[in-house]
Design a protein around this ligand. Structure first.
Ligand code: SAM
Length: 219
């Protein structure tokens, strides 16, 4: 990357943080710091690098998307992390949100169902030095039981209902943030908090638009 492009992207990132995150209500300093630390241009296709700090989802391989930065920040803030948690992400995609999460939690486990995406995210995260992230190829509607329970679970694709398997893998006190909707491309962001072994509190946060969560407990 040329020095000019580096400087240009640094300026765009600062504007994105100020105008699209902070001015729209993102307050968690750890999340803002993480967004500042992670270079989104390394997670988008080469020809879209100049658009890395537009506050938009962008296309990645296999017809999928890297989520809009504001939504990434909003969902991670909604997990209410303190920095020492074990977190599960469903929908690795490019690996960008996993990289941001890795700066807000101690361990990140992320599951992707498309083999090419899982492989390239694994390679990219390793190359960029994100050592506390593990990528798994599989159906994330079933979670990743081997590493459960999780203090936070974030799902970056829209489900018809909250998958029971994910609720079971939540630690008591933990939060699950997931887009839920009766049609595949329009959802409400829902936060489920596990109060104790048998009870869960559910709240609706905002309207969102994600690609569908495809799998045994999804579409
Ligand atoms: N978090 C990603 C990022 O930062 O680039 C963006 C994720 S993209 C909006 C949603 C991803 O969820 C896609 O890569 C899609 O293949 C994946 N997905 C859909 N259903 C899934 C499932 N059952 N298990 C795991 N991943 C799934």
């Amino acid at each position: 990357m040329t020095r000019y492009l580096e400087q240009e992207l640094a300026g765009q990132k600062q504007r994105m943080i100020d105008l699209d995150l902070v001015a729209r209500g993102i307050r968690d300093q750890a999340v803002i710091r993480a967004i500042r630390e992670v270079a989104r241009e390394n997670f988008v296709p080469d020809e879209l690098r100049y658009h890395a700090y537009d506050d938009n989802p962008l296309p990645i391989e296999d017809g999928q998307t890297i989520s809009q930065p504001y939504i990434v920040a909003y969902m991670i803030e909604a997990l209410q992390l303190g920095g020492r948690e074990r977190v599960l992400e469903i929908g690795t995609g490019s690996g960008y949100a996993a990289a941001v999460l890795s700066r807000c939690a101690s361990e990140v486990f992320t599951v992707e169902r498309i083999p090419d995406l899982a492989e390239s995210a694994r390679e990219r995260l390793a190359r960029l030095g994100y050592r506390n992230v593990l990528v798994h190829l599989g159906d994330g509607t079933l979670g990743w039981p081997e590493h459960a329970p999780y203090h936070g679970i974030v799902v970056t694709a829209g489900a018809p209902e909250v998958p029971a398997g994910l609720m079971e893998q939540l630690a008591v006190g933990g939060r699950l943030v997931i887009p839920v909707g009766a049609v595949p491309h329009l959802q409400t962001l829902v936060r489920v908090r596990r109060a104790d072994e048998n009870s869960f509190h559910r709240e609706e946060l905002c309207a969102v638009r994600f690609v569908p969560l495809i799998g045994e407990q999804g579409w």
